[in-house]
Design a protein around this ligand. Structure first.
Ligand code: SIN
Ligand code: FE
Length: 311
């Protein structure tokens, strides 16, 4: 039985929000949702949103002085045990923390409803509030830095982080557009991960002996990078720097309306955010051993392409 409505020619699968209030899902529907996520689709639920309390409306204020003006996101990080991106004494801070804490609990509940027991295996990591208009945030990072393109999320990419090696873990992100001004969040969703990897894999150098241990000793990573992460970082940069790939690879534009939720594995779904402000995002991690089909992970796809064990 088909589950959700697939948009023509895209990886976006729509689920009615009523499915989040009506009776619990059948095990079969949950298994189907797992298949769709692991198959690098985006699950999209219009009409679903976390409630924003009256005293949190300050978060929609246009007063830039309330944030730290440097970071694009406000981040609640359970690993670093801190909130960043907002001035310490700002009233914006307590409102953002309250909303992000509620969002985290809400997304955990949504995942269990959607995916069943396996939803409980997803570990909640960072929560972000994204108040900044994407159109205006292109030039982040140090001015004149030749690596500035890395911060430009208007370019198609699969997520990979320099300081946070994923090793055997996946990145699942749950977004919620909470824009109170009726503005959509515009995304591009790209083509197949294996095609993306094949395009660049021959250009990526082998890691140097001891390279990952050295990076970790110098505190350039929070823990030790794997060969898998090394490849993912190179793919991220090579794809962002490739104009032909950006302009001509398969891609679909999609606008997520206010009060909608969408989720996908952002380490295998090629994506770019073009416009929009005021979104929430919760990152979850799961090890590939807990997937229904580990062979669909970017780890296993890259291992089969390179013929090497990577993590
Ligand atoms: C990204 O993950 O590249 C940005 C997504 C967003 O902020 O909508
Ligand atoms: Fe991304």
């Amino acid at each position: 039985r088909p589950f959700g409505k697939r948009q023509a020619m895209s990886r976006i699968i729509e689920i009615p929000s009523a499915r989040f209030s009506s009776p619990a899902w059948t095990a079969q529907e949950q298994a189907s949702a797992v298949e769709q996520l692991e198959g690098s689709n985006v699950l999209f639920i219009p009409g679903l949103s976390v409630p924003v309390h009256e005293d949190e409306r300050i978060l929609f204020s246009q007063d830039a002085a309330l944030t730290d003006g440097v970071q694009k996101n406000i981040t609640l990080d359970p690993y670093l045990k801190k909130t960043s991106g907002v001035a310490k004494d700002s009233p914006y801070r307590s409102a953002a923390e309250a909303l992000m804490t509620r969002y985290r609990a809400q997304t955990e509940a949504w995942l269990v409803r959607l995916l069943g027991d396996v939803g409980g295996k997803y570990q909640a990591q960072r929560t972000t509030f994204r108040p900044v208009e994407i159109r205006n945030r292109k030039a982040l990072g140090k001015v004149g830095d030749s690596k500035q393109f890395r911060f430009d999320d208007t370019l198609l990419h699969a997520d990979a982080f320099k300081r946070r090696p994923m090793v055997k873990r996946r990145i699942l992100r749950v977004f919620n557009n909470i824009n109170p001004f009726g503005e959509t969040r515009q995304w591009k969703v790209g083509g197949d991960f294996a095609d993306y990897a094949k395009r660049y894999i021959g250009k990526i150098r082998q890691p140097l002996p001891g390279e990952f241990a050295a990076l970790n000793l110098m505190h350039l990573t929070h823990w030790k990078r794997s060969h898998y992460d090394h490849i993912m970082l190179h793919l991220h940069d090579l794809g962002k720097l490739d104009r032909d790939f950006q302009d001509n690879s398969p891609q679909t534009l999609f606008e997520f309306p206010p009060n909608s939720v969408w989720l996908c594995f952002t380490d295998s779904v090629l994506h770019a955010a073009l416009a929009g402000r005021y979104a929430l995002e919760q990152t979850f991690e799961i090890t590939i051993d807990d997937m229904a089909h580990p062979e669909k992970s970017p780890q296993r796809i890259l291992e089969s392409l390179t013929g090497q064990q990577l993590c």
